[in-house]
Design a protein around this ligand. Structure first.
Ligand SMILES: [Zn+2]
Ligand SMILES: [Zn+2]
Length: 358
């Protein structure tokens, strides 16, 4: 089968590889579509995550149809339409049993080999997924069957950015009625945060986004205000909150500067949520007394603090009911052969949720 391989930093190569036979808790999935995520733009420029050997199959989010399951797989069966995600939930480790399944032990274990190249080299899948491929060989823990009338494109949005953004404002720091919310970045995550914040009853949702087209898109959707930079946001929030600042600020950019700005724009005793994916050696510097004397709380948020097997089907149902929407996040379509063009489009902010179809 064809897969997009990362050899190091730089463009991905399309190559014919062979999936390894399934272990007892593995699932083989025919890829219906993969999400070309901005995380892969970073990885293409800076290299993949620690623990990921090179070369490997890229792509950490997708949907597909289950073709085959291992003997001990219980979560899904052949024929299911499933969402495959980068945050596994095994259901039995310490974290899964202590209500923090988004830190499932599987998440920090090195991804197992999933396929073999013609030269015999073994390949891992990025984040245990490897969705830029015609098929995926993944652990049951990464697979979420969803029985829904959602289109493939809509369901795909729940495989990464939308679930992350919704969960940030529903799970990590639930937004409450009447709050003034700041969101840094109007990509698929930031827009999903904005929507969930409105659903939670936020009075104002201020998006900070340098790209004018993305600001317009945000304003046509769920943001009440969209500004170009932190200074504009500071003035606007001062007006909206009698000088207090944001009740909750979400960073969805992936730079220390954006998280620092979000922190400084948050009111005393407010909440700051960092969502973006930075470099592994990035450091965050914050004024100490703003945390202690000013009671500001900083939370990390990976994958929307989600229980994937609870939240992804729930979000799908809420979209069916018209309580949430992801149609506005669906971006341009690319073939698997065009994977590098898809990431170029993401890097240039020319599209939101770019779809890669094998
Ligand atoms: Zn992603
Ligand atoms: Zn677990």
């Amino acid at each position: 089968m064809k897969a997009a391989i990362a050899e190091g930093i730089g463009t991905y190569l399309l190559e014919d590889v062979e999936l390894l036979p399934l272990g007892p808790t593995d699932v083989r999935v025919r890829t219906i579509a993969a999400l070309a995520c901005v995380t892969d733009v970073h990885a293409r420029r800076n290299g993949g995550s620690p623990g990921l050997a090179k070369p490997h199959i890229r792509g950490h989010a997708g949907i597909g149809e289950v073709l085959e399951v291992g003997d001990r797989v219980r979560r899904t069966q052949v024929g299911d339409r499933v969402v495959v995600v980068s945050r596994p939930q095994c259901g039995t480790c310490w974290w899964c049993l202590h209500d923090q399944p988004y830190e499932c032990d599987t998440t920090v274990a090195p991804p197992p080999a999933a396929a073999r190249r013609a030269n015999g080299d073994l390949l891992q899948g990025s984040a245990r997924v490897g969705s830029y491929a015609e098929e995926m060989r993944v652990a049951e823990a990464t697979v979420v069957p969803v029985d829904t009338t959602l289109s493939d494109d809509e369901l795909l949005m729940l495989s990464c950015g939308a679930t992350t953004g919704f969960g940030a404002a529903f799970n990590t720091v639930p937004v409450r009625p009447g709050q003034n919310v700041l969101v840094m970045g109007a990509g698929i995550i930031g827009l999903s945060v904005a929507q969930a914040a409105r659903v939670g009853g936020a009075e104002n949702v201020v998006l900070v986004e340098p790209q004018a087209a993305r600001r317009d898109h945000a304003l046509a959707g769920h943001a009440t205000h969209a500004v170009a930079d932190a200074e504009e946001a500071r003035e606007l929030l001062a007006d909206l909150t009698s000088g207090r600042g944001a009740d909750v600020a979400f960073e969805a950019v992936g730079t220390p500067a954006a998280l620092q700005e979000a922190f400084m724009l948050t009111r005393r005793a407010g909440d700051v949520v960092g969502i973006g994916f930075g470099h592994w050696d990035d450091q965050l510097v914050l004024p100490f007394n703003q945390v202690t004397l000013r009671n500001k709380r900083l939370s990390g948020c990976q994958f929307g603090s989600a229980s994937i097997i609870r939240d992804i089907p729930d979000y799908a149902r809420r979209i069916e009911l018209g309580q949430l929407e992801v149609a506005s996040l669906v971006g341009k379509r690319f073939s698997l052969d065009e994977i590098n063009e898809a990431l170029d489009a993401q890097e240039a902010c020319e599209t939101l949720g770019a779809i890669v179809v094998p």
